[in-house]
Design a protein around this ligand. Structure first.
Ligand code: GUN
Length: 293
């Protein structure tokens, strides 16, 4: 009889990481160093983005970081938003800055991200930090891929030599994830996306399958190899007849895929908390580099 797959419990691992950071913050304080400070910019009133930012602020409070939340209306101009980024870039007290995505259509997300000082870019989204992955220069790692790498490591999952199939080619997750798995972990990497023809023929070859498309339920049981490690980055709100009016669903059909997987992340409680843990680790690193070097 096949044994149950292991759940890759991102909530638990992220909790462990937050506890480690909290201890580190206490040590910094005792040594007379400044407490790390994260600033978050939120534009508009999208419910999901508000929840994500609220969770990031809650995590800052939990570990003892200072934080600032700057909220702007949907109608803010690109010039005003760039000026807000400039002010934070120049603010000596702030160590890390995130601009929650997506931004309204009239604002270029790429332009805003590139405006963030790379030393404060704790999402790891700027070209300079992206380039640091492949050149192995010290930089700030992109938060979600870094969180996934850490989650696999803490569960002692072998990556070296394994075939890692990534579904999703976004600048923020799929593309940097492929670089980390190839350059840093020596996996064999295949990158697919929602336009890949006969997607299942690729996903069935995966020892490690990482899915980040934002298409709920895209990956079904017949697309998985027996014993694969399955990491689901997707988190979509699906309308439902409950108190909140929605349920959260990943890109993987969890219940049908679970029996075939050796390890699998749940949604919620898998990758999401690991992204926040990485953001905190990146902010701690950015703060150290600014104040202790
Ligand atoms: N929107 C969805 N995920 C993220 C993330 O990790 N960082 C930012 N800034 N925006 C997001």
């Amino acid at each position: 009889m096949k044994s149950e797959p292991m759940i890759l419990d991102g909530r638990k691992v992220a909790g462990d990481i937050q506890a480690e950071i909290k201890t580190e913050v206490e040590n910094l304080k005792q040594q007379g160093f400044k407490v790390p400070h994260l600033a978050a910019i939120l534009v508009g009133d999208d419910g999901a983005s508000q929840t994500y930012v609220k969770n990031k602020i809650k995590a800052c409070k939990n570990v003892g970081f200072e934080y600032s939340l700057l909220q702007y209306p949907e109608s803010i101009t690109e010039a005003k938003l760039l000026a807000a980024v400039d002010r934070i870039n120049e603010d000596e007290d702030v160590d890390g800055l995130i601009v929650q995505l997506p931004l309204p259509d009239h604002i270029s997300g790429v332009k805003v991200i590139e405006h963030i000082s790379s030393s404060k870019d704790v999402d790891g989204f700027t070209n300079e930090n992206y380039g640091a992955i492949t050149s192995k220069r010290p930089g700030i790692m992109p938060a979600t891929p870094f969180g996934i790498q850490e989650l696999l490591k803490r569960y002692k999952i072998q990556i070296k030599g394994k075939h890692c199939v990534i579904v999703g080619n976004s600048r923020t997750v799929g593309a940097p994830m492929s670089s980390i798995m190839s350059f840093h972990e020596n996996a064999t990497v295949t990158i697919c996306h929602i336009y890949t023809e006969d997607l299942a023929s690729f996903t069935r070859l995966a020892d490690i399958l990482i899915v980040a498309t934002g298409k709920p339920g895209l990956i079904k049981a017949d697309m998985i190899k027996e014993g694969a490690v399955v990491v689901d980055v997707g988190i979509s709100r699906i309308e439902a007849d409950n108190e909140r009016g929605y349920v959260l669903k990943g890109d993987v059909e969890f219940e049908e895929v679970k029996p075939k997987a050796s390890y699998i992340t749940p949604v919620p409680g898998g990758v999401g908390p690991m992204t926040i843990a990485s953001l905190l680790l990146n902010t701690l690193k950015a703060s150290r580099q600014r104040h202790q070097s």
